[in-house]
Design a protein. Structure first.
Length: 336
């Protein structure tokens, strides 16, 4: 009898252990993970891995809401193409070795497409989306935030897509890397708000530095975020991905050199020093709540990276197309 009780108890314990193991496996399967491999050569991949503990923190509920995008799921191609993510990661890494400015270009590409229609490129967390059968260039010109926008316009623009002020501040941290054409900041340096004077909020030493790289011979663009040839700043996709010989004056967003602490380390500190290159960035210090988050991210880069990852997940899930809508393109840049 004792033997049977012991055996029954052992079976019970074994069942509990198996159940817990299965539950843990399902949790890991359902929770999207974000991993940036540390690398001294890649500015965006310098951020540390965001562990599972982060997703089990107070952000879990928010992440679950962010991840609820119809038929999108993590590891969507596990049966049809098990190595899809590995193949993409390998190709992007090889491309980065040839063109290091691919990182800001891809960030801009994700923001550009997802903010307008979310029909194509995606942040590699949940897959299964399809491409659109049309483009939205004109819509983008009017709806994307402009480098010259003030804080109320920026908050309204992001707010119309469901982003709060904290998420807005974290997403603009993408401006830590890339380049900006001088024509998008020349009015701020020489004729701010048509006053024939520079933006008074600019640090004087920083103003002189920018003027040394951008003279006043460049025509200031309209408030549209796209240049005349349709290339969006900062770090236009065309300039970053092609091998164009066009020599238009530009300023590096990380003008002080590659950030030693990794992605996002200096961006917010510069804003607190009135050294934001773009007016839209510097405006983040003009509001009480947005400035609070600027200071928070300036003092805690790990907090920024966590919030940035969550906001990017949310951004990548805006209005996505999934089967049976949209299409699967044979060539990504062409409608099938």
């Amino acid at each position: 009898m004792d033997f049977m009780r012991k055996l029954s108890f052992s079976v019970f314990v074994l069942c509990v252990l198996i159940s817990l193991k299965k539950e843990n496996a399902e949790t890991k399967k359902n929770l999207p993970t974000i991993t940036w491999s540390p690398s001294s050569s890649a500015s965006i991949s310098a951020a540390p891995s965001i562990s599972r503990q982060m997703f089990l923190s107070s952000k879990t509920k928010k992440l679950q809401e962010v991840g609820d995008s119809g038929s999108l799921e993590y590891d969507f191609y596990r049966e049809s193409c098990p190595d899809a993510e590995k193949i993409i990661r390998s190709r992007v890494r090889r491309l980065y070795d040839v063109r290091s400015n691919i990182a800001p270009a891809l960030l801009r590409l994700v923001f550009h497409d997802c903010f307008i229609e979310a029909g194509g490129p995606f942040y590699p967390l949940q897959t299964g989306r399809r491409d659109s059968t049309q483009t939205f260039g004109e819509t983008a010109a009017f709806e994307l935030p402009s480098p010259q926008d003030d804080l109320p316009k920026t908050i309204a623009s992001f707010g119309s897509r469901g982003f709060d002020e904290r998420e807005t501040v974290s997403l603009l941290g993408a401006h830590s890397i890339g380049t900006i054409n001088c024509k998008f900041i020349v009015s701020r340096l020489y004729n701010f708000d048509e006053t024939d004077e520079p933006d008074p909020t600019l640090d004087t030493e920083f103003l002189n530095l920018l003027r040394s790289r951008c003279n006043d011979n460049h025509t200031s663009p309209s408030l549209s975020p796209s240049s005349a040839d349709g290339s969006p700043p900062p770090s236009s996709v065309e300039d970053s991905l092609s091998f164009s010989s066009t020599q238009e004056p530009k300023v590096e967003m990380d003008y002080e050199g590659r950030e030693s602490g990794g992605f996002g380390t200096l961006y917010y500190r510069r804003l607190l020093q009135a050294r934001g290159i773009l007016y839209v960035d510097q405006q983040l210090t003009a509001g009480e709540e947005t400035e609070t988050w600027v200071r928070a991210y300036a003092s805690d880069v790990s907090l920024f990276r966590r919030d940035f990852a969550i906001a990017m997940m949310k951004l990548s899930n805006l209005g996505v197309l999934t089967a049976p809508t949209g299409q699967v393109r044979i060539t990504c840049s062409k409608v099938s």
